[in-house]
Design a protein around this ligand. Structure first.
Ligand code: ADP
Ligand code: ZN
Length: 438
């Protein structure tokens, strides 16, 4: 392994010292620059100059997406407007988009974090990158672009969409690495198949996939379909964008969190109480070094757990498990809490289905109903009815509630063209107890 930076392999004790030192510089700066934080901390009765240990952080209140919306667009910024070098926005998956900003120094950090994740994924200087993440306000396109340039790669800034052109460019330019959302990677697999191009003829060796949840079954399909080793990259615009964590190609078992810049906590989704390594809860992040929009105890809403045990790649940065769901997406179906990703994970166990799916919420006669729409795989010899009852049984046994399953024809469900796919279609009109959009 050749890490991009030495902090990736620091002793954990030393890392914690660095985090504390950075935290102690951050908190007074945020207090002095951002009235919202100052007011809240006063209200909570916490003197941030007295924070002497990482555990003391738990005395401070969480920052939530609503705080960014309430102070939209620039209320939580900690630098004067003329120091902001770039603006990005969230994709707006869960409501009105939020705006985030970067100083020149922040852009530098962003590029360095992404470069790290690219190295983890197998990319090296001199390799060619096909960047199929959307460019624009979305952090994916420009984020990967900056990181790849920082690493010294040749970047092809394709952006999303126009699948035929994507395929032609990959055939002609012969890139080594592709960055793309996992669902669009599947669309590309299919496009190559339809063109009669075999995976071993495709130049790509590594795929860096993120921006939305994906499963091991999808990984197998993408590895095989594009002839790559696919790894995960995770992030959110509020924290910086992609580059918060990334999976190493050596282990492909959890995404290394860039903890020297992003201090992570896992907390109980209901009570907010801190949880230990291995325990599943909400990921809460404090940006230790960001300038324009530092966030303290930001509630990502993403459910995961942390693994601090040593990794085969030699990095000491803790590894984040696959996102099990997002608190905003949680549905309550007949009293059972369900994340759409739980259904996604089961699709790989039913032979003959693709990994594409959608949950449709409808009003039933006595209670609300969830129908899972899935697709039959091209050329499968299993009966639609068999596959439907197989999946319905798995859902009942593992998730604990009943959903009806509709197996559609191959290609019937909408596909991603580089952005995030909508997995839940709510056809109920007025909200009810079924979907608790907290
Ligand atoms: P929005 O909140 O509008 O979707 P972002 O574009 O910043 O805005 O998306 C960040 C969110 O996307 C994360 O909080 C997470 O829920 C999801 N996400 C990003 N990368 C991954 C990934 N690799 N795996 C699972 N979910 C991811
Ligand atoms: Zn590793």
């Amino acid at each position: 392994m050749e890490p991009f930076e030495t902090t990736e392999t620091m002793e954990r004790e030393e890392l914690r010292e660095l985090q504390l030192e950075r935290l102690r510089a951050l908190l007074p700066r945020v207090r002095d620059a951002v009235p919202t934080y100052r007011g809240r901390w006063e209200e909570a009765g916490v003197d941030v100059d007295a924070i002497a240990a990482l555990d003391d952080l738990a005395r401070l209140p969480f920052t939530r997406k609503a705080d960014l919306r309430d102070t939209y667009p620039f209320g939580l910024f900690a630098v004067p407007p003329e120091q902001v070098a770039r603006i990005h926005g969230s994709s707006g998956t869960t409501g009105k988009p939020t705006i985030v900003g970067y100083t020149g120094e922040d852009l530098d950090l962003f590029a360095t974090m992404v470069a790290r994740c690219l190295v983890m994924a197998g990319a090296r200087p001199g390799m060619k990158l096909h960047n199929a993440y959307g460019y624009g306000l979305f952090t994916g396109g420009l984020g990967l672009h900056g990181g790849a340039e920082r690493l010294g790669m040749t970047v092809v800034p394709v952006s999303g969409g126009m699948t035929e052109r994507q395929v032609t460019l990959i055939e002609d330019l012969r890139p080594d690495v592709i960055c793309v959302t996992p669902t669009y990677a599947l669309t590309l697999c299919q496009a190559f198949r339809e063109r009669g191009v075999a995976p071993e003829e495709i130049s790509l060796r590594y795929a860096v996939l993120g921006a939305e949840p994906w499963t091991e079954a999808m990984r197998e399909e993408i590895d095989a379909g594009l002839g790559v080793r696919a790894t995960n990259i995770y992030g959110l615009s509020e924290i910086i964008g992609p580059g918060v964590s990334g999976e190493c190609v050596e282990a492909r078992h959890g995404s290394h969190l860039n903890e020297d810049h992003f201090l992570a906590e896992i907390v109980d989704p209901e009570t907010g109480a801190p949880l230990g390594p291995g325990e599943e809860g909400v990921l809460v992040i404090t940006t230790l070094t960001k300038q324009a929009l530092p966030l303290v105890r930001y509630w990502t809403g993403d459910i995961t757990s942390l693994d601090e045990t040593p990794c085969a790649c030699g990095r000491t940065l803790a590894r984040m498990a696959t996102i099990a769901g997002r608190t905003d997406d949680m549905l309550i179906v007949r009293g059972v809490n369900v994340y759409p990703t739980q259904v996604a994970t089961l699709l790989g166990e039913v032979a003959g289905l693709t990994s594409n799916y959608r949950l449709v919420l409808r009003r039933g006669a006595t209670m609300d109903e969830v129908e899972v729409e899935v697709e039959a795989r091209e050329g499968t010899d299993r009966h639609t009815q068999d596959m439907a009852s197989h999946l319905a049984r798995l859902i009942k046994e593992t998730i604990g509630c009943s959903m009806t399953v509709a197996v559609l024809d191959p290609g019937a469900l909408p596909r991603s063209d580089g952005g995030k796919v909508v997995r839940v279609l709510d056809q109920r009109g007025e909200p009810t107890a079924l979907a608790d959009q907290a």
